[in-house]
Design a protein around this ligand. Structure first.
Ligand code: HEC
Length: 132
């Protein structure tokens, strides 16, 4: 009796395990930055935008030439930061919101509204979050 039950259980597990394996493979990779994943063309475009908008006047940005400024925080390893501007949880969508209008998020911030278009803000956010 005992032996038959154990074999039954084993067979049951063998039937379930492969299914569980398949299920996991099909799970999407969860990441806060999943909504925007830049291609290398986007990255080059974003670097150009960052230079054109003059972000480098206040920030050092890896991959973009500019003066050794410390007006604003260096933007390297931005993905590892917990909060944007010290007030907004660091997600891709929140970064876009910040870039579009920082004083709307934090009226006391020294970062001005840079007049970014939605599309440019998304491209720049994707670039900044992709930096490590
Ligand atoms: C006039 C200076 C100035 C310019 C120009 C400027 N920033 Fe900022 N930025 C700041 C300052 C100062 C902060 C810190 C704000 C705070 O903590 O309230 C900041 C914060 C940020 C943050 C959040 C960083 C963090 O660690 O929390 C990001 C991202 C950012 N800026 C991106 C940009 C981008 C992209 C541009 C160009 C479109 C830009 N900034 C232009 C001054 C500037």
């Amino acid at each position: 009796m005992q032996r038959t039950r154990r074999i039954g259980m084993l067979l049951g597990m063998m039937a379930i395990l492969p299914l569980a394996g398949c299920g996991e493979e099909n799970l999407p990779l969860v990441s806060t930055n999943q909504a925007i994943s830049p291609t290398s063309t986007d990255m080059a475009h974003a670097r150009q935008l960052i230079a054109e908008y003059g972000c480098v006047a206040c920030h050092t940005v890896p991959g973009v030439k500019g003066p050794a400024t410390m007006v604003g925080p260096p933007l390297e390893k931005l993905a590892l930061r917990g909060y944007i501007g010290g007030v907004l949880p660091n997600t891709a969508d929140n970064l876009v919101r910040w870039l579009l209008d920082p004083p709307a998020i934090d009226p006391k911030t020294a970062m001005p509204d840079m007049g970014l278009s939605n599309e440019d803000a998304r491209d720049i956010a994707a670039y900044l979050l992709g930096l490590d």
